[in-house]
Design a binder for this molecule. Structure first.
Ligand SMILES: Cc1cc2nc3c(=O)[nH]c(=O)nc-3n(C[C@H](O)[C@H](O)[C@H](O)COP(=O)(O)OP(=O)(O)OC[C@H]3O[C@@H](n4cnc5c(N)ncnc54)[C@H](O)[C@@H]3O)c2cc1C
Length: 458
């Protein structure tokens, strides 16, 4: 019998596996790729990116893991607040004045200012709720965040908006993968804190692309990681876990003392048997929105208007944000600008619902048309383009989600849960829950003298 089986080789799975690497470990991943929703591929000095891309700095779990594994991340230098709307591109200056620089009616400008003020007040309150308190357990802080304005949706909070005013708030909120009509007011407000306050938000890229981190861990784990291994059943017994999976068309069974499930909640709900029924029911209530993203490699030469910008908000288009993924490369250049750039665009929530069932070629045509309007001439410089569709894009926080949290946090027996759906910080939550699951399993294995005593090297 193995010590542990980790299911899923996204960043939660690779974090758990990293902690469990000294024992008899097996990682089973359904797809043929490491990283899950961290997907990037290198192209010379650039990288294409389709999923998670900006991460926390010193003090965060992601930073700690990057240091342990030996992967580099750097602060982005560019602006995060460019806006392309109504045929104009704004970048720089006070973002609160953007509505006054765009061709909008005065009534729309006042509407945006009124709602913006309301959101700003709520962001201040969220800031207090979000702040860690000395000595408190992370679960207590997480529950407090979920409880903040948890009884209504973001659109209940703002009230109905005219389309142009809506365009100022929707792209930020729907990055959660839920629309303002779906996500809780508190979670929507939280997104504005992330965007407005760089110090509490996400401002770093992993050098070489986000998938470098899970790939580096997988490399160190060697054949403990099995790809193309789709888990179809995980049964919790009193003294072990039984895992049934299909690889190369063949059904296989493995047994382990412990198992970490890092698949999306919907899949964990479907494949697990013998889990605490309260936990199992809560898993079935987690809601995901879709995400469609596109990556583009270009070959232009010379300085470009986007060189010092990281993010362009693009309301009322097929994608609601465009990222200059070559920004970090630009900031590392000393003198001459290399030819080319890398871009990512993404479409969450209702934007994704319109695209997810279309053929990739059609999605790319739609993206290219919009990109041409944001960056005239873009179509002529694209040398590579690729779409990625994530049906389980992100688990969004809906009104009432707070009530599921105590159920999901119930002490595990042999099947541990890890993954971003267990908290509010995406990759950070995925890494935190993965590492903590691995540490708890290790402590049980050590207590039972089941791991070699020369295991950890710190
Ligand atoms: C477009 C986009 C942009 C994002 N931007 C950011 C960002 O900037 N910053 C940030 O922090 N987060 C961001 N996120 C979120 C971030 O990518 C996720 O929070 C994180 O990658 C989730 O990791 P995970 O390990 O929990 O899940 P996943 O990455 O989904 O890993 C789960 C793994 O389980 C595998 N699996 C599924 N079913 C089975 C099965 N039956 N058997 C075996 N394996 C299975 C999957 O193939 C997958 O590899 C973004 C997400 C998207 C989609």
């Amino acid at each position: 019998m193995r010590d542990a089986i980790v299911i899923g080789a996204g960043i939660a799975g690779m974090s758990a596996a990293w902690r469990l690497r000294f024992g008899d470990l097996l990682v089973l991943e359904a797809s043929n790729r490491i990283g899950g929703r961290l997907r990037s591929e290198r192209r010379g000095k650039y990288w294409l990116n389709w999923g998670g891309h900006v991460f926390g700095g010193p003090g965060s779990y992601v930073d700690g893991l990057l240091r342990e594994v030996g992967v580099d991340a750097l602060n982005l230098q560019g602006s995060f607040s460019a806006l392309s709307f109504k045929g104009k591109t704004l970048n720089g200056g006070n973002v609160n004045l953007y509505p006054f620089k765009l061709p909008l009616s005065w009534s729309t400008r006042f509407e945006i200012a009124r709602v913006g003020l309301k959101v700003m007040r709520a962001v201040k309150a969220y800031g207090k709720v979000n702040k860690p308190r000395p000595g408190e357990d992370y679960r207590v802080r997480q529950q407090r965040i979920y409880d903040f304005m948890a009884d209504r949706t973001f659109s209940d909070f703002t009230g109905p908006l005219t389309p142009d005013a809506d365009a100022f708030f929707r792209p930020t909120v729907s990055r959660s993968s839920g629309d303002p009509e779906e996500i809780s007011a508190g979670a929507g407000v939280g997104y504005f804190l992330l965007v407005w306050d760089k110090s509490s938000g996400l401002a770093r890229n992993i050098v070489g692309g986000a998938a470098t981190l899970p790939q580096a861990i997988a490399h160190k784990l060697g054949d403990k990681v099995q790809l193309g291994a789709e888990v179809i059943k995980v049964i919790q017994h009193d003294d072990h876990v039984e895992v049934v999976y299909v690889q190369n068309g063949e059904e296989k069974t493995e047994k382990a003392r412990y198992c970490v499930m890092t698949t999306p909640a919907t899949i964990t709900h479907k494949v697990t048997e013998g889990l605490d029924p309260i936990v199992h029911e809560a898993l079935g209530q987690i809601k995901y929105g879709h995400y469609v993203s596109g990556a583009f490699l270009t070959n232009e030469t010379g300085v470009q208007s986007w060189d010092n910008v990281y993010a362009y908000c693009t309301p009322q288009r097929s994608f609601n944000i465009a990222f200059n993924m070559s920004n970090l490369v630009r900031s590392m250049e000393n003198g001459e600008r290399a030819p080319g750039s890398s871009f990512m665009v993404f479409s969450p929530a209702s934007l994704a619902r319109k695209l997810i069932d279309l053929p990739d070629e059609e999605v790319l045509d739609i993206y290219r048309k919009d990109l041409e309007e944001v960056f005239p001439g873009f179509g002529k410089i694209v040398v590579e383009q690729q779409v990625q569709k994530f049906r389980n894009g992100l688990a969004y926080c809906f009104p009432g989600r707070n009530k599921l949290q105590p159920k999901l946090m119930r002490a595990p027996k042999r099947i541990y849960l890890a993954g971003d759906y267990l908290g509010s910080w995406y990759t950070e939550t995925a890494i935190q829950t993965g590492l903590l699951a691995g540490e708890d399993i290790n402590s049980k294995l050590y207590t039972d003298n089941l791991l070699p005593n020369n295991g950890f090297v710190y």
